[in-house]
Design a protein around this ligand. Structure first.
Ligand SMILES: Nc1ncnc2c1ncn2[C@@H]1O[C@H](COP(=O)(O)OP(=O)(O)O)[C@@H](O)[C@H]1O
Ligand SMILES: [Mg+2]
Length: 241
């Protein structure tokens, strides 16, 4: 629903690693316009490495990344962001000594036009009203959930076509996990196209249009969110029975 069937982001036969150690062995991923795609899989499966390779933070050994109809394989992070693909790393990384507003302005470093920065601020404040109430608060004094919202909001400042969220609920209290999932659903309703990596597998598949299971750097399962949630093997291996 709300998708036109063509991939806005397509990853084909992706291989990458660190030093001489290969982590990804021909991974394939696809995100269509308007979709929310979830990636799950055990710790160390290479989920974060896949995101880093896509956005140019880890060198690609083989394979292709196509985005918005052109190839961006191996492009540096700023070029990838400029093309409209944003990335929010694992660990709700904010600049703790900087204010909420300063953190958001950092996210807009590619935008030189002040007026355009104002428009971007209004757009992210509409999604995250809590941030609008505290522009001068030091980011380090926000709660875990608020810091994650700030990290996501910063990623949205460039008005990306697609945003990659790595473990947005990791390390949050149950209440804040719920809050972040609500926000993800709101972001999708606002028309954002997203791919998220999540430990909270059942919950992340429940909100997803489609999902992928990665294991040992390879595709293991893929399907619609509901299909994966029903799949007995997926249930047994990744959803705790
Ligand atoms: N910077 C790094 N240098 C060397 N090995 C790394 C580095 N980052 C991750 N790895 C290794 O790559 C594998 C995949 O890690 P990662 O992509 O973080 O997995 P996931 O996000 O699925 O938990 C793991 O074996 C991890 O130890
Ligand atoms: Mg990870």
């Amino acid at each position: 629903m709300g998708t036109d069937g063509t991939a806005v982001l397509a990853v084909e036969e992706l291989s990458a690693g660190y030093g001489k150690v290969r982590i990804l062995h021909g991974v394939a991923l696809e995100v269509r316009q308007g979709e929310l795609v979830t990636i799950i899989g055990p710790n160390g499966a290479g989920k974060s490495t896949a995101f880093k390779a896509i956005v140019g933070l880890v060198r690609i050994w083989a394979g292709r990344v196509r985005f918005g109809g052109r190839e961006i394989t191996g492009q540096p992070p700023d070029a990838v962001l400029r093309a409209g693909l944003a990335y929010v790393p694992q660990g709700r990384i904010v600049f703790p000594q900087m204010t909420v507003l300063e953190n958001l302005e950092m996210g807009a470093y590619l935008i030189s036009d002040r007026e355009q920065v104002g428009v971007a601020l209004d757009r992210v404040y509409a999604l995250f009203p809590i941030l609008k109430e505290r522009p001068r608060q030091k980011a380090g004094t926000l709660s875990g959930g608020e810091q994650q919202m700030l990290a996501i909001a910063r990623g949205l400042m460039t008005d990306p076509k697609v945003i990659l969220l790595d473990e947005p609920s990791l390390g949050l209290s149950p209440k804040n996990v719920g809050l972040i999932f609500d926000k993800i659903v709101e972001m999708k309703a606002a028309g954002l196209t997203m791919m998220i990596v999540e430990q909270n597998a059942a919950r992340a598949l429940a909100v997803a249009d489609r999902g992928y299971v990665l294991e040992l750097g390879r595709n293991r399962f893929q399907g619609t969110g509901p299909d994966l949630l029903r799949d007995p093997e997926v249930k047994r291996l990744y959803l705790g029975g």
